[in-house]
Design a protein around this ligand. Structure first.
Ligand code: PEP
Ligand code: MN
Length: 361
Protein backbone atom coordinates (compact mmCIF):
# COMPACT_ATOMS: atom_id res chain seq x y z
CA UNK A 1 0.00 0.00 0.00
CA UNK A 2 1.30 3.46 -0.90
CA UNK A 3 2.89 5.83 1.58
CA UNK A 4 0.73 8.29 3.44
CA UNK A 5 0.54 11.93 2.41
CA UNK A 6 1.51 14.55 4.98
CA UNK A 7 -2.16 15.30 5.66
CA UNK A 8 -2.93 11.58 6.15
CA UNK A 9 -0.04 11.27 8.62
CA UNK A 10 -1.26 14.31 10.52
CA UNK A 11 -4.82 12.92 10.79
CA UNK A 12 -3.61 9.43 11.71
CA UNK A 13 -1.54 10.92 14.56
CA UNK A 14 -4.58 12.95 15.73
CA UNK A 15 -6.50 9.72 16.38
CA UNK A 16 -3.94 8.86 19.05
CA UNK A 17 -4.33 12.22 20.81
CA UNK A 18 -6.29 12.34 24.06
CA UNK A 19 -8.53 14.10 24.65
CA UNK A 20 -9.52 14.26 21.00
CA UNK A 21 -12.11 16.97 20.42
CA UNK A 22 -14.41 16.70 17.41
CA UNK A 23 -17.07 19.34 16.87
CA UNK A 24 -19.25 20.85 14.18
CA UNK A 25 -22.84 21.00 13.05
CA UNK A 26 -25.21 18.06 13.05
CA UNK A 27 -25.73 18.89 9.35
CA UNK A 28 -24.02 21.06 6.79
CA UNK A 29 -26.86 23.40 5.71
CA UNK A 30 -25.43 26.28 3.68
CA UNK A 31 -21.96 27.43 2.70
CA UNK A 32 -22.30 30.42 5.05
CA UNK A 33 -23.34 28.26 8.03
CA UNK A 34 -20.45 25.83 7.45
CA UNK A 35 -17.89 28.62 7.10
CA UNK A 36 -19.16 30.64 10.08
CA UNK A 37 -19.20 27.54 12.29
CA UNK A 38 -15.71 26.54 11.09
CA UNK A 39 -14.35 30.01 11.92
CA UNK A 40 -15.96 29.91 15.35
CA UNK A 41 -14.51 26.48 16.04
CA UNK A 42 -11.03 27.52 14.87
CA UNK A 43 -11.22 30.54 17.19
CA UNK A 44 -11.72 28.28 20.21
CA UNK A 45 -8.31 26.74 19.55
CA UNK A 46 -9.64 23.49 20.99
CA UNK A 47 -11.10 21.56 18.09
CA UNK A 48 -9.01 18.82 16.44
CA UNK A 49 -11.50 17.67 13.80
CA UNK A 50 -14.61 19.34 12.36
CA UNK A 51 -17.67 17.13 11.87
CA UNK A 52 -20.65 17.84 9.59
CA UNK A 53 -23.42 15.55 8.41
CA UNK A 54 -23.82 15.62 4.62
CA UNK A 55 -26.25 12.70 4.30
CA UNK A 56 -28.64 12.47 7.24
CA UNK A 57 -30.26 9.14 8.02
CA UNK A 58 -33.61 10.26 9.41
CA UNK A 59 -35.93 7.82 11.07
CA UNK A 60 -38.91 9.07 9.01
CA UNK A 61 -39.07 10.75 5.59
CA UNK A 62 -39.98 14.40 5.35
CA UNK A 63 -37.40 15.95 7.64
CA UNK A 64 -34.11 17.39 6.37
CA UNK A 65 -32.17 14.49 4.87
CA UNK A 66 -28.91 16.31 4.35
CA UNK A 67 -27.62 18.70 1.73
CA UNK A 68 -25.81 15.87 -0.11
CA UNK A 69 -22.67 15.92 -2.21
CA UNK A 70 -22.97 19.64 -2.99
CA UNK A 71 -21.98 20.36 0.65
CA UNK A 72 -18.62 18.59 0.35
CA UNK A 73 -16.81 21.52 -1.36
CA UNK A 74 -17.90 23.72 1.60
CA UNK A 75 -16.03 21.38 3.94
CA UNK A 76 -13.00 21.51 1.63
CA UNK A 77 -13.17 25.29 1.85
CA UNK A 78 -13.54 25.22 5.66
CA UNK A 79 -10.49 22.99 5.95
CA UNK A 80 -8.48 25.22 3.59
CA UNK A 81 -9.27 28.28 5.68
CA UNK A 82 -8.90 26.82 9.20
CA UNK A 83 -6.49 23.92 8.72
CA UNK A 84 -8.86 21.69 10.72
CA UNK A 85 -9.40 18.22 9.17
CA UNK A 86 -13.02 17.27 8.43
CA UNK A 87 -15.20 14.24 9.17
CA UNK A 88 -18.49 13.08 7.66
CA UNK A 89 -20.88 10.18 8.14
CA UNK A 90 -21.08 7.62 5.34
CA UNK A 91 -23.71 4.93 4.86
CA UNK A 92 -23.26 3.74 1.26
CA UNK A 93 -20.42 2.98 -1.20
CA UNK A 94 -21.38 6.05 -3.26
CA UNK A 95 -21.10 8.29 -0.20
CA UNK A 96 -17.64 6.86 0.56
CA UNK A 97 -16.59 7.55 -3.02
CA UNK A 98 -17.86 11.14 -2.92
CA UNK A 99 -16.34 11.86 0.49
CA UNK A 100 -12.94 10.57 -0.67
CA UNK A 101 -13.22 12.56 -3.91
CA UNK A 102 -13.61 15.76 -1.88
CA UNK A 103 -10.69 14.94 0.48
CA UNK A 104 -12.70 14.23 3.63
CA UNK A 105 -10.14 13.23 6.29
CA UNK A 106 -12.15 11.02 8.65
CA UNK A 107 -15.31 8.94 8.11
CA UNK A 108 -17.80 7.77 10.66
CA UNK A 109 -20.41 5.03 10.56
CA UNK A 110 -23.70 6.15 12.13
CA UNK A 111 -25.78 4.30 14.71
CA UNK A 112 -28.48 3.44 12.12
CA UNK A 113 -25.81 1.87 9.90
CA UNK A 114 -23.90 -0.10 12.54
CA UNK A 115 -27.11 -2.09 13.16
CA UNK A 116 -27.01 -3.37 9.57
CA UNK A 117 -24.15 -5.73 8.63
CA UNK A 118 -25.03 -5.46 4.89
CA UNK A 119 -24.52 -1.69 4.99
CA UNK A 120 -21.33 -1.89 7.06
CA UNK A 121 -19.96 -4.49 4.63
CA UNK A 122 -20.79 -2.24 1.66
CA UNK A 123 -18.81 0.57 3.30
CA UNK A 124 -15.96 -1.81 4.14
CA UNK A 125 -15.79 -3.02 0.52
CA UNK A 126 -15.69 0.57 -0.72
CA UNK A 127 -12.77 1.25 1.63
CA UNK A 128 -10.49 -1.58 0.41
CA UNK A 129 -7.01 -0.16 -0.20
CA UNK A 130 -7.95 3.27 1.21
CA UNK A 131 -6.03 4.90 4.07
CA UNK A 132 -8.48 6.87 6.20
CA UNK A 133 -9.48 6.77 9.86
CA UNK A 134 -12.99 5.41 10.49
CA UNK A 135 -15.02 5.91 13.65
CA UNK A 136 -17.80 3.44 14.40
CA UNK A 137 -20.79 4.62 16.41
CA UNK A 138 -22.51 2.16 18.70
CA UNK A 139 -25.64 0.57 17.13
CA UNK A 140 -29.06 2.00 18.09
CA UNK A 141 -29.85 -1.09 20.16
CA UNK A 142 -27.75 -2.19 23.12
CA UNK A 143 -26.08 -5.09 21.31
CA UNK A 144 -22.35 -5.16 21.93
CA UNK A 145 -21.62 -7.88 19.34
CA UNK A 146 -23.14 -5.74 16.59
CA UNK A 147 -20.76 -2.92 17.56
CA UNK A 148 -17.81 -5.34 17.59
CA UNK A 149 -18.91 -6.83 14.26
CA UNK A 150 -19.13 -3.38 12.65
CA UNK A 151 -15.60 -2.63 13.74
CA UNK A 152 -14.31 -6.02 12.57
CA UNK A 153 -15.79 -5.54 9.09
CA UNK A 154 -14.07 -2.17 8.71
CA UNK A 155 -10.80 -3.54 10.15
CA UNK A 156 -10.87 -6.46 7.70
CA UNK A 157 -10.97 -3.96 4.83
CA UNK A 158 -7.48 -2.92 5.93
CA UNK A 159 -8.42 0.24 7.86
CA UNK A 160 -5.85 0.66 10.63
CA UNK A 161 -6.97 3.88 12.31
CA UNK A 162 -10.18 2.87 14.02
CA UNK A 163 -12.15 4.61 16.74
CA UNK A 164 -15.40 3.98 18.59
CA UNK A 165 -18.12 6.51 19.35
CA UNK A 166 -20.44 5.99 22.29
CA UNK A 167 -23.70 7.83 21.42
CA UNK A 168 -26.13 6.00 23.69
CA UNK A 169 -28.87 3.45 22.98
CA UNK A 170 -32.59 3.55 22.17
CA UNK A 171 -34.70 2.50 25.10
CA UNK A 172 -38.27 2.73 26.26
CA UNK A 173 -39.28 4.57 29.40
CA UNK A 174 -36.19 6.73 29.30
CA UNK A 175 -36.97 10.36 30.07
CA UNK A 176 -33.77 12.15 31.01
CA UNK A 177 -31.78 11.20 27.91
CA UNK A 178 -32.56 11.05 24.20
CA UNK A 179 -30.47 7.87 24.12
CA UNK A 180 -29.69 5.98 27.31
CA UNK A 181 -25.93 6.04 27.92
CA UNK A 182 -25.70 2.48 29.31
CA UNK A 183 -22.12 3.28 30.26
CA UNK A 184 -21.35 -0.36 31.08
CA UNK A 185 -21.50 -1.25 27.36
CA UNK A 186 -18.94 1.39 26.39
CA UNK A 187 -16.77 0.37 29.35
CA UNK A 188 -16.91 -3.26 28.23
CA UNK A 189 -15.84 -2.20 24.69
CA UNK A 190 -12.93 -0.25 26.22
CA UNK A 191 -11.95 -3.33 28.22
CA UNK A 192 -12.05 -5.61 25.17
CA UNK A 193 -10.25 -3.19 22.83
CA UNK A 194 -7.89 -1.15 24.99
CA UNK A 195 -5.92 0.15 21.99
CA UNK A 196 -8.92 1.69 20.21
CA UNK A 197 -9.91 5.23 21.16
CA UNK A 198 -13.37 5.54 22.74
CA UNK A 199 -15.02 8.88 22.04
CA UNK A 200 -18.16 10.01 23.83
CA UNK A 201 -20.99 11.79 21.97
CA UNK A 202 -22.88 13.65 24.70
CA UNK A 203 -24.98 15.51 22.09
CA UNK A 204 -26.86 12.43 20.89
CA UNK A 205 -27.00 10.92 24.38
CA UNK A 206 -28.57 14.05 25.90
CA UNK A 207 -30.63 15.48 23.03
CA UNK A 208 -30.58 18.75 25.02
CA UNK A 209 -28.02 21.32 26.09
CA UNK A 210 -28.51 21.56 29.84
CA UNK A 211 -27.02 18.18 30.75
CA UNK A 212 -24.37 18.05 28.02
CA UNK A 213 -21.48 19.04 30.25
CA UNK A 214 -22.27 16.57 33.01
CA UNK A 215 -22.34 13.68 30.53
CA UNK A 216 -19.12 14.87 28.88
CA UNK A 217 -17.49 15.13 32.31
CA UNK A 218 -18.62 11.65 33.23
CA UNK A 219 -17.01 10.31 30.05
CA UNK A 220 -13.71 12.00 30.86
CA UNK A 221 -13.90 10.68 34.43
CA UNK A 222 -14.35 7.20 32.94
CA UNK A 223 -11.11 7.73 30.99
CA UNK A 224 -12.71 8.12 27.54
CA UNK A 225 -10.28 9.34 24.88
CA UNK A 226 -12.30 12.20 23.49
CA UNK A 227 -15.60 13.94 22.81
CA UNK A 228 -17.68 14.59 19.70
CA UNK A 229 -20.01 17.51 20.35
CA UNK A 230 -22.41 19.14 17.91
CA UNK A 231 -21.97 22.87 17.42
CA UNK A 232 -23.66 25.40 15.18
CA UNK A 233 -23.40 29.20 14.77
CA UNK A 234 -27.16 29.51 15.29
CA UNK A 235 -28.28 26.36 17.17
CA UNK A 236 -31.93 27.35 17.64
CA UNK A 237 -32.39 27.60 13.88
CA UNK A 238 -30.47 24.44 12.98
CA UNK A 239 -32.14 22.25 10.35
CA UNK A 240 -31.55 19.13 12.46
CA UNK A 241 -30.98 18.41 16.16
CA UNK A 242 -31.57 22.06 17.13
CA UNK A 243 -32.14 21.33 20.82
CA UNK A 244 -28.77 19.73 21.44
CA UNK A 245 -26.39 21.98 19.50
CA UNK A 246 -24.31 24.72 21.11
CA UNK A 247 -22.39 27.66 19.66
CA UNK A 248 -18.60 27.43 19.35
CA UNK A 249 -18.34 30.02 22.17
CA UNK A 250 -20.43 27.87 24.50
CA UNK A 251 -18.34 24.86 23.48
CA UNK A 252 -15.17 26.71 24.46
CA UNK A 253 -16.60 27.74 27.83
CA UNK A 254 -17.71 24.19 28.47
CA UNK A 255 -14.34 22.65 27.60
CA UNK A 256 -12.57 25.31 29.70
CA UNK A 257 -14.62 24.54 32.79
CA UNK A 258 -14.33 20.76 32.64
CA UNK A 259 -11.91 18.77 34.78
CA UNK A 260 -9.46 16.95 32.56
CA UNK A 261 -8.67 14.04 34.80
CA UNK A 262 -6.10 11.45 33.78
CA UNK A 263 -6.13 7.73 34.38
CA UNK A 264 -2.54 7.43 35.59
CA UNK A 265 -1.41 9.43 38.58
CA UNK A 266 2.09 10.80 38.08
CA UNK A 267 2.86 11.92 41.63
CA UNK A 268 4.33 9.05 43.66
CA UNK A 269 2.76 10.01 47.01
CA UNK A 270 -0.67 10.18 45.41
CA UNK A 271 0.01 6.88 43.69
CA UNK A 272 0.86 5.09 46.95
CA UNK A 273 -2.12 6.63 48.78
CA UNK A 274 -4.34 5.39 45.96
CA UNK A 275 -2.67 1.98 46.11
CA UNK A 276 -3.31 1.71 49.86
CA UNK A 277 -7.00 2.50 49.39
CA UNK A 278 -7.22 -0.04 46.55
CA UNK A 279 -5.72 -2.71 48.82
CA UNK A 280 -8.35 -1.81 51.40
CA UNK A 281 -11.07 -2.24 48.77
CA UNK A 282 -9.65 -5.65 47.77
CA UNK A 283 -9.57 -6.70 51.42
CA UNK A 284 -13.18 -5.59 51.95
CA UNK A 285 -14.31 -7.37 48.77
CA UNK A 286 -12.69 -10.58 50.05
CA UNK A 287 -14.50 -10.21 53.36
CA UNK A 288 -17.83 -9.59 51.62
CA UNK A 289 -17.35 -12.77 49.57
CA UNK A 290 -16.51 -14.75 52.70
CA UNK A 291 -19.66 -13.49 54.42
CA UNK A 292 -21.77 -14.23 51.35
CA UNK A 293 -20.41 -17.76 51.17
CA UNK A 294 -21.29 -18.29 54.85
CA UNK A 295 -24.77 -16.92 54.18
CA UNK A 296 -25.26 -19.39 51.31
CA UNK A 297 -24.21 -22.29 53.52
CA UNK A 298 -26.95 -21.31 55.97
CA UNK A 299 -29.39 -21.10 53.04
CA UNK A 300 -28.42 -24.65 52.04
CA UNK A 301 -29.20 -25.86 55.56
CA UNK A 302 -32.57 -24.17 55.38
CA UNK A 303 -33.04 -25.94 52.04
CA UNK A 304 -32.46 -29.30 53.68
CA UNK A 305 -34.91 -28.45 56.43
CA UNK A 306 -37.55 -27.40 53.90
CA UNK A 307 -36.95 -30.57 51.89
CA UNK A 308 -37.40 -32.82 54.91
CA UNK A 309 -40.59 -31.00 55.90
CA UNK A 310 -42.08 -30.56 52.39
CA UNK A 311 -42.11 -26.73 52.58
CA UNK A 312 -41.82 -24.49 49.45
CA UNK A 313 -38.56 -22.62 48.81
CA UNK A 314 -40.18 -19.22 48.35
CA UNK A 315 -41.88 -17.84 51.43
CA UNK A 316 -43.16 -14.48 50.23
CA UNK A 317 -43.75 -12.99 53.67
CA UNK A 318 -40.28 -13.89 54.80
CA UNK A 319 -38.77 -12.34 51.66
CA UNK A 320 -40.70 -9.07 52.21
CA UNK A 321 -39.47 -9.01 55.77
CA UNK A 322 -35.83 -9.52 54.72
CA UNK A 323 -36.09 -6.78 52.11
CA UNK A 324 -37.76 -4.22 54.41
CA UNK A 325 -35.23 -4.89 57.09
CA UNK A 326 -32.29 -4.51 54.71
CA UNK A 327 -33.60 -1.29 53.12
CA UNK A 328 -34.17 0.30 56.53
CA UNK A 329 -30.77 -0.76 57.81
CA UNK A 330 -29.02 0.24 54.57
CA UNK A 331 -30.59 3.67 54.64
CA UNK A 332 -29.15 4.29 58.13
CA UNK A 333 -25.76 3.27 56.73
CA UNK A 334 -25.94 5.69 53.80
CA UNK A 335 -26.85 3.11 51.13
CA UNK A 336 -29.60 3.97 48.65
CA UNK A 337 -32.87 1.99 48.63
CA UNK A 338 -32.26 1.21 44.97
CA UNK A 339 -28.85 -0.29 45.62
CA UNK A 340 -29.94 -2.32 48.63
CA UNK A 341 -32.97 -3.67 46.74
CA UNK A 342 -30.86 -4.69 43.72
CA UNK A 343 -28.22 -6.25 45.95
CA UNK A 344 -30.74 -8.16 48.07
CA UNK A 345 -32.52 -9.35 44.93
CA UNK A 346 -29.27 -10.84 43.65
CA UNK A 347 -28.48 -12.45 47.02
CA UNK A 348 -32.01 -13.83 47.26
CA UNK A 349 -31.85 -15.31 43.74
CA UNK A 350 -28.56 -17.03 44.56
CA UNK A 351 -30.09 -18.37 47.80
CA UNK A 352 -33.05 -19.79 45.87
CA UNK A 353 -30.71 -21.41 43.33
CA UNK A 354 -28.65 -23.01 46.09
CA UNK A 355 -31.77 -24.25 47.90
CA UNK A 356 -33.12 -25.57 44.61
CA UNK A 357 -30.00 -27.69 44.18
CA UNK A 358 -30.37 -29.11 47.69
CA UNK A 359 -34.08 -29.82 47.38
CA UNK A 360 -34.09 -31.35 43.91
CA UNK A 361 -30.98 -33.45 44.24
C1 PEP B 1 -25.04 12.41 13.89
O1 PEP B 1 -23.91 12.26 14.37
O2 PEP B 1 -25.48 13.49 13.50
C2 PEP B 1 -25.94 11.25 13.88
C3 PEP B 1 -26.85 11.07 12.94
O3 PEP B 1 -25.75 10.48 14.93
P1 PEP B 1 -26.25 8.99 15.28
O4 PEP B 1 -25.78 8.12 14.17
O5 PEP B 1 -25.48 8.75 16.54
O6 PEP B 1 -27.72 9.04 15.49
MN1 MN C 1 -27.16 15.04 15.03
Amino acid sequence: MGTLTEQQQKVSALLKKAPLIISGPCSAETEEQVMATARGLAATGKVDIMRAGIWKPRTRPGSFEGIGTKGLPWLQQAKKETGIPVAVEVATAKQVEDALHFDVDVLWVGARTTVNPFSVQEIADALKGVKIPVLIKNPLNPDLELWVGGMERIAKAGIEDLGLIHRGFSSYGNTEFRNAPMWHLAIEMKRRFPGIPMINDPSHICGRRDILQSVAQQAIDLDFDGLIIESHVDPDNAWSDAKQQITPDVLKAMLDSMHWRKEAVQNEDLQSALEAMRQQINQLDDELLQVLSTRMKVAQKIGEYKKNNEITILQTNRWNEILDRAVAKGSKLGLSDEFVTKYMDAVHMESINQQNKVMNN
